[in-house]
Structures are given as C-alpha cells and as structure tokens.
Design a protein. Structure first.
Length: 170
C-alpha cells in the first residue's frame, strides 16, 4: 500500500512539474521568444496558452500592457479575447505603432500559483530608413560656410595634417 501511495505521489509531482508555466505563441501557434519584432502598421495577434493546467481547472488568464494595466475585452484597437474554455487568451493589437512598443505580460493561475510570461514587442531597427551621416566634406562645410580657403602650399599641408577627434559628433 505504501508503494502505491508513493507511486501516485511521484506521478502527481511529475505531472505538476511537467507543466508549470504559460506559453506565448504567434498566430501560427509557434512559440515566440522574449523579444518579438513587429512592423509598424501590422496587426499583432499573440496567444497566451494555459492549457497545460489540466482538465477541470481554469487558469484565470489576462494580458497586461506596458505599465501593468489590464488589456480589456472591449472591442478596440487593443483587446483580449478568451479561447478554448478560457484556457487561452489572445491579444489583438491593430495598426502597431512605436507608442505601442513595450513589454506585454500574460498572467495566469497555474498549478496553485500565479505565473507570468512576457514578450517585448518592438519595431525592428532598420538603419536603411535612417538619415545618412554627413561625410567629412559636408561636416567641414557646415562648420565653415562661405569661407574662401587660401591656395597656399603652407595652408594645404596644415589641412592635411588635421583629423577629426573621436569625441566630435558627425
């Protein structure tokens, strides 16, 4: 009898250790990492999955936006919607903007305690869209507009020996 009880206890402990967290997935049900890049203007659709809790339990899931405020289920640009007997909750964010970037957290009651899983939604860094840095020639013309440089050899040798210091911002 004692062996049976030990087997049941180890089975229950094993089951509770096998599933002790929430999962955040994308629209195609792929697990995503802690940082997820979203293009500006895109629709964000993430699923917080608490199905590992097991039958008969409701994990009481909710999405929190950056700053910790709850994402409501009211229809709007940002909302959450329960799925599959309240064991999954989807986060919808339409027309993703720079101001929407930040850490979104799913919180749920899993195996007798509150668990959280977070994802940082951000717009990818794209240096091709940023303004190019000015060249040295442009930089020098900004510093000395409308200045006529002498044509002497002495001046040219002094200019060639000059270089921009590391602490100058270009």
């Amino acid at each position: 009898m004692a062996i049976k009880i030990m087997c049941i206890i180890s089975l229950l402990v094993g089951l509770s250790l096998a599933c002790n967290d929430l999962r955040i997935r994308d629209w195609d049900l792929n697990d995503i990492g802690h940082v997820h890049e979203i293009e500006q203007g895109d629709l964000v659709a993430l699923i917080c999955d608490g199905t590992c809790q097991g039958p008969g339990f409701t994990p009481s899931l909710k999405w929190l936006r950056p700053g910790g405020r709850k994402v409501t289920s009211f229809p709007g640009r940002l909302m959450s919607v329960y799925q599959e007997s309240r064991r999954q909750i989807k986060l919808y964010l339409q027309d993703f903007q720079m101001s929407d970037a930040g850490i979104y957290t799913c919180r749920g009651w899993i195996n007798g305690q509150w668990r959280t899983q977070s994802v940082h939604l951000k717009i990818p860094d794209d240096i091709s869209t940023s303004a190019p840095l000015p060249t040295t020639d442009v930089y020098m013309s900004i510093i000395t507009p409308n200045v006529q440089l002498p044509a002497s050899d002495e001046f040219n040798s002094e200019v060639q020996s000059l270089s921009l210091s590391d602490d100058m911002v270009v």
